[in-house]
Design a binder for this molecule. Sequence first.
Ligand code: AMP
Length: 214
Amino acid sequence: MRILLIGPPGGGKGTQAKNLMSKFNIPQISTGDMLRKHVKEMTSLGIKAKKFMDNGELVTDSIILNMMKERLIQKDCNNGYILDGFPRTIPQAEGLDKLLNSLNSPLDKALVIDVNDQSIIDRMGGRRVHPSSGRIYHIKYNPPKEKDKDDITGEPLIIREDDIKETVKKRLKIYHQLTSPLISYYSTKNILVTVDGTLSINDVYKSILKKIND
Ligand code: AMP
């Protein structure tokens, strides 16, 4: 099962990817999480990526493609994976196709989680993250058991720099310009399915399961 998730920033891709990961026992591959790890460890890739990320801009296609070429040949990807936040541009999608053709392992589904801009702006203000695990909460829609603390470790939750309002608006603009063209790209390949991402987390999840089993 090789699935990719497409949707605006803050549209629930990370949350649903985690659900699918437990259900199908395949890894969630989030380029955002991988990049944040590089930034935290101050690798040369992380230093290059940080300035784009803090500004709400996309990291260059070549950095992302090189990183993913290494990741997708790891053993844990043999039974499939969920791509979360990659590809984000047409050149990335073309690079991914090339790589997957050479590995003889095409994508099964490209799943769009559709959410309008206003809902995104409302949601992002309440988003909290546990930095070391990547677990995501929302003060209203998915609150932690104890305020501002991670459910599992009890460590403090943070607001990501790129969740600040002005940055969110910029990220949405970039999403419409560069990422949403992927919808027609995968539609022509006949692997596109769409779910309404404004429903509750559980209902979105149910509708995803239905669509990927169809
Ligand atoms: P995310 O956690 O997926 O929202 O990603 C956070 C930030 O990482 C984005 O705003 C981009 O700066 C960068 N990023 C993540 N994935 C990609 C990608 N596939 N292409 C370019 N930049 C990316």
